[in-house]
Every structure is written in C-alpha cells, then in structure tokens.
Write a protein that binds this ligand. Structure first.
Ligand code: C2O
Ligand code: CU
Ligand code: CU
Length: 574
C-alpha cells in the first residue's frame, strides 16, 4: 500500500501555520576554526522551546569550507552542561591521522578545548562533522550537533559549476527527529515523525531560475531517503561521498542512507515563478531499508515501526520557490568531471570479512530486525582492537549482512570504491569514492581501498554501522594502521588469524588464545602505555596464561610476533 502525504506538512505532532524559510548555516573559511559546542533552544513547534545542542549557535553548525592542501586547526570547545557530558568531534569522510579523527577515543571533556590540526588531503566534495562519543552519538547528533564540510580544489574549480554558497550552491542536511510528549528530542524510538532540512521544519528555499547545486546529506539517525522531485523532473548526479564523479549521470531518484552525501545539479530555468518540491519517495525504498514500508518479518519486528506514518510514505521535504536568475547564471551541466582510477581487484592482497549479525550466543531469541547487532560476533569495546591493517596495502572488505535490516557501513580514515553489491556492479549513484555503503539485508557488499598514510600503533580508527542507535549499541569495530617497516615484518606477511585476550579487563590471570595457523616459535611482548616492555617470553602454544596481579592498572598492548604473522591486542588491567 502506498501512502501519499504530499503537499502538506506532515504535522504528526503539530501542524504549522506557515512555511519557514530554509536556514543556510553560516560558512566559515580560512585555516583556523573556533567551534563552540553549546546548549541552546530551538522552536520546532510554534511557541515551544525545545532544548537543543549546536556549534556556535543553538542548533546544527557552521559549514566549514576547506581548501585542499591547506593545514587547518580546529579548536573545538565543549561547553555542554549536564553531568559527564563529554563529547568528541569527528570529521566524517576526511583522511586525517587517527589521533585527529575525533572518534570515541579523542574525548573532549566539559569546559575543555580539543585542537586537532591536519592537512586537507581529500578532493573537493561534501563531507560533514558530528560527535562520536562512546554510546552517545545518537543523542548528540539528534540534539543538533552536525555540520557540513565543503572541500574545494583546483580540479573542481576548473569546471563550470554553481559554487556560490547559499546563492546557487546549497547545503541540504535532511534529518528526521523523534520528540516525546513534552516536545523534547528523543532517541531510540521508532517515532522520528518530524522531517526537517537544515533544522527547519516545513521549509522553503528561494532559488534562482538556473542550474543550482544541492549538496544532499542524510544526517538522520536511522532513516534512508529516496530523493526525487514533485514534478518528476530529472537531475544530474555529479558527486558522491568523496567528491565529484568521472561523469555526471542523469537520475530521477537518488537513495541516500545515513551519513551518505551526494551533489546534484538541478536545472530550474524553466520553472521561473513556479514551485517544485524535493520529495522523499519513501514508498520506493526496498523492503528492509529503514524508512521503507516494511522491515523484518512476522517474527522479527522493529517495535512500533508500522505506527510511524513516514515509513513507506511519500512526502515533501523542501519547497523550492523559483525566482529570477542571478547575474551570471550557470546554464549548462558538464558531462565530464574528474578522472578516477579505481584500484584493481587483482591488486588487493588482503581480503577481510565482516559479518553483520546478532550475537546469538548472547541473545537466545535474537531479533534480526531490531538487534542489537555486532560485527564479527563482537560488540564495540573501547579498549580492544578488532583489526590490524598494514600500511601500503590494498584490501578488499566483504560485508556480509546476516540480518533483516539494511546497515549503512562506514569506515574512517580511507575512502573506497564499491566492487559489487549482491554480486552486481554498483549503480551509478554508488560510483566514485565512497565512505558509506548500504548493505542490503541478506546480501553482501565488497569494497576496495588502500591504506597509505597515518600509521599509528596505538590510536585506532573506527568502522561501524551509521544507523546511530546500532553504532551506540555496539555495531562498531576498531582498526589500527601499522607501519610494517617499523616492526621489521615484511609487507607480504599478513595477519593470519586473531589473538583473543580474556578476560578483558583482567585483574588476575590473562589468557591469550593464539591462532592455530601460525608457524614456529613466537615472541610475546607486553608494553604499557608509555611503551615500556613489561613482559617478554617465547611461545609455541596456542594458549598462554600471563599473571598480571603485580601490574599497575592501565591499558597494555600485547604483541605476538611469529615468523609469519604479527598480532596485537589491547587489554585493560584493573
Ligand atoms: Cu559519521 Cu564514524 O561516523
Ligand atoms: Cu566517519
Ligand atoms: Cu546497523
């Protein structure tokens, strides 16, 4: 059944009398950016103040404009109130050192400032920034902490494209939010009934009658969107997560899952003094994608999913009121954009498998639609490392979705090219450099990437599901990028298995389970956080027991070196 909620404010919780002008977040450029994370209030409903969070304002954040190759410094100050309200700030899609990445390990305590500084290495494109605190991402993003990043470079600049921010080039941050009966922002409900763009409910945008550029970001916690226009006009896709494509592609619909971005060109020149809506054609989302008519089956349900009128519905997101063109309008759409040379599948030397699943050993009757879900039978653990990646390696990651819901899988540090989705080459909207890919229920996705920079043998990067409550519930893992030349291990000698450390945290005997398929005698070494060797011994068994009772509490790195494999793990000693 197709629900049509077009041409009317959804107004589940409130019907708004008038439309609201779309807010365009202020743009900041330069090389030093001062970002204050703060409390505020926002009126999503007439005359109701809802407490929100924002950066340099009550809701959302300034758009950061970076130039490729610049070195930027971001001073992020946490002024949030509420006890224990630390946060982090992650530059989603940016290729930066692990310690500057703003994952859960780079805490910004209250009333303190974190100042990462890094060089902009990504190509021109649309990225974003948002908090990433352990178990807090959904709350902090839903309360309003999210902003857009625009990177500019010479290749993009050489093309005839709309690029005047807020004039013919618009940030379009699409979100839905849940509210409780007191109109407070709620999370982990199925009632994200209020759509908004740039934090504005029922918005309209005055746009010129010419070719305009929309930078679409799905900043929602859970919902995918199927974008299109109310008059069914075509539009041109020019960029995906990591920037411009090699050629533009004419589309009529574009699906974006959580965290994904796309840049589209829309020709409004024939619509002077007319109006057209950006629509979510939710009825066209396939079964199993959050926001579709149905997810799961009779036994595996998301509680209250069917009570949310947005699910499976078509509805307006943004009214575009077309007015006079600008003085020098862009009137053409370039076909050829920037060259791409994806890594060849045959060049990959490591294949990693990631199983997205419930932990059936933990949950006797797992709910395959609702979760909680893990990756490779693990929930996220701040103090352990799930994968070790060696520098200068091209890898294929295969994501196996064993559940009944689609998961938008995101990796930090690198961008990738999708090799295939359920065995088929990616559709045009999934080409180009990506950092999120939606893995359909019951299917697999492969992507290829290469790790070339930023080795750090103690600070990990994350990979995770970008459904924010899945991420917060533990559907996340960590990886270290290690420079093998520093560790005197040849580049082609790869990880052949895993070392399991338990219990972790430990206060007495630490058990190490070492892989069966290693060869020869290995050396076990344990280092403290200062890098001092606290234990060294040889090992030729697959089970080692280490006494830790005399060790000061803290985080330790366990290393097992064999002639053919090197393993790392972190353990906490209490
Ligand atoms: Cu957009 Cu790990 O995040
Ligand atoms: Cu990210
Ligand atoms: Cu998920």
């Amino acid at each position: 059944m197709k629900k049509i909620l077009l041409f009317f404010s959804i107004g589940i919780t409130a019907v708004l009398a008038a439309q609201n002008s779309l807010a365009i977040p202020p743009a900041l450029s330069g090389t030093t950016f001062n970002l204050t994370v703060q409390n505020g209030t926002t009126q999503f409903f007439p005359n109701v103040n809802t407490p929100t969070y924002g950066i340099n304002g009550p809701l959302l954040a300034p758009t950061l404009i970076f130039n490729k190759w610049d070195t930027v410094t971001l001073n992020v100050t946490n002024t949030l109130t509420g006890s224990g309200n630390s946060t982090t700030m992650h530059w989603h899609g940016l290729h930066v050192p692990a310690m500057d990445d703003g994952g859960p390990h780079q805490l910004i305590l209250q009333n303190s400032t974190w100042s990462p500084s890094f060089r902009i290495l990504n190509n021109a494109g649309t990225f974003w920034y948002h908090p990433h605190g352990e178990g807090k991402t959904d709350l902090h993003v839903s309360k309003g902490l999210a902003g857009m990043i625009i990177i500019r470079d010479s290749a993009e600049n050489a093309l005839v494209l709309p690029r005047t921010y807020g004039v013919d080039d618009f940030p379009i941050i699409v979100q839905t939010k849940s509210f409780d009966i007191l109109n407070q922002i709620a999370i982990s409900t199925a009632y994200d009934t209020l759509p908004m763009v740039n934090g504005i409910v029922d918005p309209y945008l005055d746009a010129p009658a010419q070719v305009v550029r929309l930078r679409l970001l799905n900043g929602s916690s859970d919902r995918s969107f199927m974008f299109g226009f109310s008059n069914n006009m075509n539009f041109e896709l020019i960029g995906t997560d990591g920037g411009l494509l090699d050629t533009s592609t004419t589309l009529n619909r574009l699906r974006l899952s959580n965290g994904e971005r796309s840049e589209i060109l829309v020709d409004l020149s024939a619509l002077l003094n007319d109006t057209v809506f950006l629509v979510n054609y939710g009825s066209e989302l396939p079964h199993g994608v959050m926001g579709a008519d149905s997810v799961g089956d009779a036994l595996n349900q998301i509680p209250d999913y069917y009570l949310n009128p947005l699910n499976g519905a078509d509805y307006n997101l943004l009214e575009i009121r077309v007015g006079s063109p600008t003085v020098n309008p862009v009137t053409t759409i370039p076909q050829t954009l920037v060259p791409h040379s994806p890594w060849l599948v045959s060049s990959a030397t490591v294949n990693r498998q990631f199983v997205l699943d419930t932990l059936s050993e933990v949950f006797v009757t797992p709910n395959m639609a609702e979760g909680p879900f893990g990756i490779n039978r693990h929930f996220f653990d701040m103090d352990s490392i799930n994968e070790i990646v060696y520098l200068n390696t091209t890898e294929i990651w295969t994501l196996h979705n064993k559940t009944m819901v689609a998961h938008p899988f995101h990796i930090h540090d690198v961008e990738f090219y999708i090799v295939d989705i359920a065995g088929n080459p990616p559709p045009p909207s999934q080409r180009g450099l990506k950092d999120v890919v939606l893995v359909p229920p019951g299917d697999s996705v492969r992507f290829i990437t290469r790790f070339e920079d930023f080795a750090d043998d103690s600070v990990p990067y994350m990979y995770h599901c970008h459904l924010l409550h899945h991420e917060d519930d533990g559907m996340m893992g960590s990886f270290l990028v290690i420079d093998t030349t520093l560790n005197a291990i040849a580049e082609n000698q790869h990880l052949a298995g895993k070392m399991e450390c338990f219990p972790n945290p430990v206060s007495g005997e630490l058990n190490l389970l070492l892989p069966e398929n290693k060869t020869g005698v290995g050396i076990l070494r344990v280092y403290n956080l200062l890098g001092e060797l606290v234990l060294e011994r040889t090992s030729s068994s697959t089970h080692e027991v280490i006494g830790t009772t005399n060790w000061p509490a803290g985080i330790y790195t366990v290393q097992a070196l064999y002639p053919d494999v090197m393993l790392h793990a972190k353990v906490i000693v209490r």
